[in-house]
Design a protein around this ligand. Sequence first.
Ligand code: ARG
Length: 264
Amino acid sequence: MKKLWVLMCALVLAVGLLAAGCGGDTGKKDAGAAAKPAKKELLVGTEPSFAPFEFPKENSKEFTGFDIELIQAMAKDMGYEKCTIVNMGFDALIPALDAGNIDAAIAGMTITDERAKKVNFSQPYYKSGLTVLVRKEDATIKSIDDLKGKKIAVQLGTTGAMRAEKVEGAKVTTFNTNDLACIELKNKSVDAVIGDLPVEQYFLKNGGSAYAKIVGQPLTSENYGIAVAKKNTELAKNMDKSLENLKKNGQFDKLYQKWFGVSK
Ligand code: ARG
């Protein structure tokens, strides 16, 4: 009898450890949760220099941020035992989905018509937009209208890059990360950066305001979505179901509050 008891305790512990594998919250599983996936591991691509959505954890090889904790919670909700984050260039995410090298991409990725032809997007999970960042002492650039013929830095393959290309006579330079674009601004090699508003705001709050500021109104209204391969309609459906579950059980709000300091 005693032996059986020890065995049961060990079993409970093992299951608990397995469930904790993907980190995140310990919210209750909803009745409407997706059926257990055939694969045990969810491989998620991201470009992790995009705080507060995805960025390196201090003194660790791991990544953190709203997107990271959201996808970890979703993977758990969908029944995956493990959720592995794969670091790659932003412009490599859609090709990697296509090639089947990753199952999903979460990277503050804006849902656009062009991208939606290549991948399946989840329902929108975050409302964003683009903004213009200039040097603090610059009194000549007050909005995007003042960027004609100027030098603009952007991150490769982003909606910010697409918007910059439309500015008349502008010289647009692309960088692998938004951070590198901001360094160019600091070095006075460019006049402005066009990037995502919440990311530039976070950057200003965490030291960037020493040399940079945001000018003008947000340029666009954009929605972030989680991308999965075009052929993987099953996973796309499960992503939506899981997002809904996390919204219902309060986990989504909790993460939103944690990372943005306001409730959704
Ligand atoms: N929202 C923009 C886009 O979709 C920028 C996203 C960049 N994301 C990143 N993790 N670096 O184009």
